[in-house]
Design a protein. Sequence first.
Length: 766
Amino acid sequence: MKMTIADWPVLFVSGEFSAGSNEGHRLRELLDELRKIDACNVISATSYEDALEIFTSRADIGCVVVDWDLEFEQNNEKMTPEILLDGIRKRNTKIPVILLTDHLETENLSREVLKQINDCLWKTADTVEFIAGRIANWVKSYSENVVPEFFGKLVEYSERYKYAWHTPGHLGGQGFLRAPAGVAMFKFFGENTFRSDLSISVPELGSLLDHEGAAGDAERNSAAVFGADQTYYVLNGTSTVNQIIWRSQVLSGDIALVDRNCHKSLNYAMVITGATPVYMIPRRNARGIIGPVRRTEFSADSIKKRIDAHPLIKDKNKETHIRMSALTNSTYDGVCYNAKAILEKYAGDETIENFHFDEAWYAYAHFHPVYAGHYGMAVKDCRHPVFCSQSTHKLLTAFSQASMLHIRNGSQRAIDPVLFNESYMMHGSTSPQYSMIASLDVATRMMADNGETILGDIIREAIQLRRKIAGLERDSRRNGDWFFGMWQPHTVKYHGGTVDFADCPTDYLMENQTPWVLNDRDKWHGFEDIEDDYVMLDPIKLTILTPGIDDNGKLLPTGGIPAAIVSNFLIKHNIVCEKTDYYSFLLLNSLGTNKAKQGSLLAALFEFKKFYDSDTPLEAVFPDLVKDHPERYKAETLKSHCESMHRYLRENRIMELMHRSFEVIPVPSMLPVEAAANVVRGNVEMVDVAELHDRIAAVMLVPYPPGIPVMMGGETMSGEAKAIAEYLLAREKFENEFPGYEGDIHGITRERHGERTVFRTLCIKK
Ligand SMILES: Cc1ncc(COP(=O)(O)O)c(C=O)c1O
């Protein structure tokens, strides 16, 4: 289906649509004429206020025609046409804006107005055909330029209806029409999906593997927009971006400094490169929320100490360089490092040769000033190269798996694109999906044209929700009642005084980074010894707190509401949390979130509270859970269910075990690459977690919460690492005690032994 100018409606702002006057008649004639020409669509607004609201909520407007004389009739002093023009231009600098007037003399138009409009038409001076034709022309030229180059070329090519004799075999979708299942797929996805699914043999679109032509131009454009020296499009997700980065720099025997809170793709990067990892342990607070690693971890002294203590690094006297260091930025919970300060001030010595920021969840940071300095590509002046991996598909608008790899060259060493491309090609398919490339191209254009506005909108909405929940919690507490809390500063320094977060104006919180920067004087975050100017909280990552833990991190004797119960309840309301910890859960206020979704969330939280406070039978709240496990849950109410789980977590010291298990880094008996070699050779066996003592893990073990690996392949469960086995056993016991609450633990296989579930994992054979 071809796009036409009908897809870009004209927003027509006038008070005369229904007027019986001569002017009203002429206006209706004009609208009819517009609809006739190229089937232009028209959206009408009868006031400047409505017009701004419509414009703010729709990105598909192709032109705005403003009846300047409306001012005289409407007489609304708060909303003038100048304010409308300002509002439009703040959101879109390119859209054609046309003034339609008959009373106004040209000399009465101010400089400001003239700077913001593209055309001025006199209602009565020209024929309706002429005015309509001119408006349609503006829509046409605007709509032809809204798409970026690669996507434009893809559309153009798809619309040429060529007979192709190359792959993919469905040839523009025709292949699907040979059998009913194919027809169903064709109808579901629509013809454009298949017309734009092209072979690499289409020269007009360039080559992604060689970074030439339109595809290469799109990557270079993304580099400029995301503030990088080089950018590569990667179509197998950030998991592959991470491996490309490491493969390009790291060789067997090289030492890598790795955040223990790393994604499993970094573990695989260590496997494929043969690197020797030295880990940095992130801080965690009493609730288990993951914080930053300590700044001292980057210092040459601390690195040397860890290398000296490492059992697998034999030659301690050899000059030791860290070939690659990797940090997760931001953390899952939205803690973002001040990359600029860390690299430009503190980590600029010779010890670390490459810096890698895994920004899978953070591709938007470059586009709003509130994040200034807190992302990898913000580093302008570093001796060594800085790499960033970003899942454009996660929090911007690319198709799933479409990611970007950004590089900032170091002042001492630049990354040679020819050498780097060998690693890129090692991980790339020779049949890239062109629609995925187009989605990265479009995500780039959206950020280039409207990034700050889009980000501004979602940050504003996130702050409004934060303030709302903080206010509800405060008011409930004052009335001896309870509500959910927010993990955020309780108070904000504002104009020489201090105000509650709930009372701080949203604009202030949007325009200032300081309220979001963690410091050691504030205790709300619960992290020890936070360094100055080191990390900030991302406003759009919302961690909601459930009752049950006091300010010192101790579980309260009663009144606890484990977060798993709340997030299960939210799922029933079609609200899916990003992550659930023991007494908190995380929601992302992303590009797809809107005020209606926020309203549904608040309504669902209130409903939970109502069921909890009124001691509603569990069967009425979670009928499926009770139906599946009647013996266990039939007699419970929502409140008693929360109490019994809270009591269990308290009596079994689950939080304490979790803390202890994440404080140890088990002794490595072999490198990740050797553990993987044992898997390949089949020299591994499944072992019950109760039998893990002295065993060497063959694979990475990552329990959620909190989502940090407790074991890496090659590490031995002995000495202090016994705490890890204890934590895993406690999780096993919990799942047997609370069926229906199975958590996610990567690397664990569950087996039924009679009535019980047993956790097992892959270990190296003895
Ligand atoms: C920190 C981090 N890095 C990398 C990845 C992998 O990203 P992708 O799903 O794009 O492969 C993830 C995915 O969740 C992640 O959380």
